[in-house]
Design a protein around this ligand. Structure first.
Ligand SMILES: Nc1ncnc2c1ncn2[C@@H]1O[C@H](COP(=O)(O)OP(=O)(O)OP(=O)(O)O)[C@@H](O)[C@H]1O
Ligand SMILES: [Mg+2]
Length: 257
């Protein structure tokens, strides 16, 4: 399988601290790959470099054959990368529908509108956006709350809106930074199904940071483990659970797979 994302010897130094240290990894198109490790291991820092939020100190990142370092987040988004944040970032005072429409970026317009506009006397651009929004609202079970302010919704629903908003940009790969944090068991179960659907229905490649090991072990096809900025293990969930270095650094408390 060809790799969609390649990370080669990436380091991020903050002052005297190597938050990410010489990390190399790869993700094939269509995979669900998890990044796990203790608090402060460098997981979010790595996601921030993959999405253009911060620049690596050294190393290479390639997405679909294009170099990511040096590009701003909006430019990286146009390559087909979307993300959610560890702390939810929504337009709290905009409706769910408007949050989704606000995310329909240049990439979306380039990829969808010309196809539709070639059909004579068909939709105008706004109608395409409205239709795509309606499809997303349905797909993410948000139709009932479409006109409510995003900031007034329960936590788990806000997380779902944030994922829907990322999908609204028509990405190829989506990075989710601790999507289950703060969720109750029912919300986490619904999240598992949703992430599986991102892969099966939306044909997305998924990068997942999570501390909920039950969720990680049931979703991820492959896992990378960071500790103090360094990759200390990688493999299938079964391999990771038997990796003594990983168990010592992170999984020692027991995995409830
Ligand atoms: N902008 C920054 N400036 C200085 N240090 C930073 C910065 N961002 C992160 N760090 C440090 O880099 C290290 C890695 O942080 P990071 O947020 O990537 O960890 P994480 O694995 O996502 O942890 P968590 O599971 O708690 O979210 C930490 O020691 C953190 O304090
Ligand atoms: Mg983090």
């Amino acid at each position: 399988m060809s790799d969609l994302l390649t990370v080669s010897h990436v380091t991020k130094r903050f002052g005297g601290l190597d938050a990410v240290s010489d990390v190399s990894l790869h993700v094939a198109k269509g995979e669900i790959v998890a990044l796990i490790g203790p608090n402060g291991a460098g997981k979010t820092t790595l996601f921030n470099m993959l999405t253009g939020v911060i620049q690596p100190t050294s190393g290479e990142i390639t997405f679909a054959g294009t170099a990511v370092p040096g590009k701003k987040p909006a430019t990286v988004a146009k390559l087909g990368i979307a993300r959610t944040f560890q702390n939810i970032r929504l337009f709290a005072q905009l409706s769910v529908r408007d949050n989704l429409q606000a995310a329909m970026t240049h990439r979306y317009v380039e990829h969808f509108v010309p196809i539709v506009l070639r059909l004579p006397s068909f939709y105008r651009q706004e109608q395409v956006a409205t239709e795509w929004t309606d499809q997303l609202l349905t797909a993410f079970d948000l139709t009932d709350v479409a006109d409510m302010d995003a900031g007034n919704l329960p936590y788990g629903t806000q997380r779902r809106v944030e994922i829907a908003r990322a999908v609204a940009t028509a990405p190829e790969m989506i990075f989710l930074d601790e999507p289950a944090a703060g969720m109750n068991p029912e919300e986490t179960a619904a999240l598992r199904t949703l992430i599986q659907r991102l892969q099966s229905e939306f044909h997305l490649t998924v990068g997942l940071i999570e501390h909920d090991m039950t969720l990680v072990m049931s979703l991820a096809e492959r896992i990378y483990v960071l500790d103090h900025g360094k990759l200390i293990g990688s493999g299938t969930p079964a391999e990771i659970q038997q990796d003594s270095a990983v168990v010592a650094a992170y999984l020692g408390g027991g995995v409830h797979a």
